[in-house]
Ligand binder design. Sequence first.
Ligand SMILES: Cc1cc2nc3c(=O)[nH]c(=O)nc-3n(C[C@H](O)[C@H](O)[C@H](O)COP(=O)(O)O)c2cc1C
Length: 178
Amino acid sequence: MKLVGIVGNNYSGSHNRMLLKFMQQRYASQVELSLLETKPLPMFNQDDEDHPTQTVVDFRAAIAAADAVIIATPEHNHSIPAVLKNALDWCSRVEHPLAGKKVMIVGAALGPLGTVRAQGHLRQILDSMSIAAHVMPGNEFLLAHAMNAFDANGRLTDQKDIEFLDTCMTNFIKFVEA
Ligand SMILES: Cc1cc2nc3c(=O)[nH]c(=O)nc-3n(C[C@H](O)[C@H](O)[C@H](O)COP(=O)(O)O)c2cc1C
């Protein structure tokens, strides 16, 4: 099963990228997970939608070619980061690579709520008519206090976090195969 994992921030030290890299390694025997960065995408402008940059073309093509998508979102001011919204806007005009695509949402934040507000917004956005993704219900993997959650090798340290992530991933594989 080929998956892409969208890194929801453009920050070099992103904990959400760390989370996706951890998942890439931990589930390597079950899925092939490639990371997709939002950073190279230009700001969406309707003037450009019929002539997108190669980075936009490649981003959308990677999603279209995948069996399913994982989105790792940070929380910026109680919502998803602008770079992630920008990427999703590019996937909502002219081409709709997320339409009907199975999606799993995960998120890591420094605060105690672990992106719960951003994840709610992300579900709403993915449900929009022009994106129309098929998001796995429930299975809200919310990583709080992310600054303490990884060891020096980028591995999650809390066994309960790992067990719940395993459960969510098992459920997602079944959801994609169904
Ligand atoms: C502009 C900005 C707004 C933020 N707003 C929130 C917030 O509303 N809730 C929260 O839990 N953390 C917030 N944070 C802190 C993030 O949890 C933290 O930056 C986290 O590391 C983001 O994920 P990342 O490491 O993948 O970039 C904010 C950070 C930034 C830079």
